[in-house]
Write a protein that binds this ligand. Structure first.
Ligand code: SAH
Length: 254
């Protein structure tokens, strides 16, 4: 079981697989007022940077689930490197339908909401692991600027304009689902550059080491076109943020 190999190639050197920087994760950890011993569940935990640094900086304990074998291994190595391997556990597997045995203080899905079939389904899934008074974290893109056409949306790597909302609408949608937005930390264009531009050097070096690989032509083509596409589209049109949610009183929990 694994994610498509192209992501394991282009993001092999990333510690964070989204437009957040280490500083943004630190800001978010502080904003959530995490306490030592708080339990965190992270679906689509990637290379584990959020859980590992929060375990180091705030003493949280936690579990990450990720479908990439490479990222899961990197997460385990990162936990050892930061001296938190006794507090965090990384499971290689499909997080769809994953509910923790023990209820958690923070249930997160940061940049992988397809796991629950979209934002609403992922909130519902995370809510099943959440203790009362706990916080759900959703990392999700939004339109910084509404693309004029579906064509432009596709150039931002969306499937259509309707994939994402503008920020006020995304925030309103959380309310309609019965949740209070209690914190948020937004990425910025520098963060997008860290996520996207870091792929370019990785691709270049991978091509030098793997000229005959079956994906070499695809990686070459991406390396040639991605910088221009990123500058014209993703960087201009797409925003991204992590939204902290708490169920409003009376919301029926599954
Ligand atoms: N939250 C991480 C990773 C975000 S990228 C970070 O902030 O760095 C999206 C992640 O979702 C990737 O690591 C990918 O391997 C993982 N993923 C994709 N489909 C998945 C699934 N069905 N179950 C678990 N993880 C999945």
């Amino acid at each position: 079981m694994d994610i498509p190999r192209i992501f394991n190639i282009t993001e092999s050197a990333h510690r964070i697989h989204n437009p957040f920087t280490p500083e943004k994760f630190a800001t978010l950890g502080a904003a959530l007022r995490l306490q030592p011993g708080d339990r965190v569940l992270d679906l689509g935990s990637g290379s584990g940077e959020m859980l590992c640094t929060w375990a180091r900086d705030h003493g949280v304990v936690g579990t990450g689930v990720d479908m990439s074998q490479l990222f899961s291994e990197q997460a385990k190595r990162r936990a050892e490197e930061l001296g938190v391997a006794d507090r965090v556990e990384f499971i290689h597997g499909d997080a769809a339908g994953y509910v923790s045995d023990e209820k958690v203080s923070v249930a997160a899905c940061v940049g992988a909401t397809w796991i629950g079939g979209g934002v609403a389904g992922t909130i519902e899934l995370l809510a099943r692991s959440l203790r009362s008074g706990g916080i759900i974290l959703i990392g999700e893109p939004y339109w910084r600027q509404l693309p004029p056409t579906d064509e432009v949306a596709k150039l931002c790597q969306a499937t259509a304009l309707s994939d994402f909302l503008v920020l006020p609408e995304l925030i309103a949608s959380f309310g309609r689902l019965g949740y209070d937005l209690v914190e948020m930390v937004l990425a910025n264009q520098d963060g997008w550059d860290r996520y996207e531009a870091a792929k370019w050097l990785t691709m270049r070096r991978w091509l030098e080491a793997n000229p005959d690989d079956e994906l070499a032509a695809e990686v070459r083509s991406r390396l040639s076109s991605e910088p221009g596409r990123h500058a014209a589209y993703t960087r201009e049109y797409l925003g991204w943020g992590v939204f902290a949610l708490m169920p409003r009183p009376g919301l029926q929990q599954a």
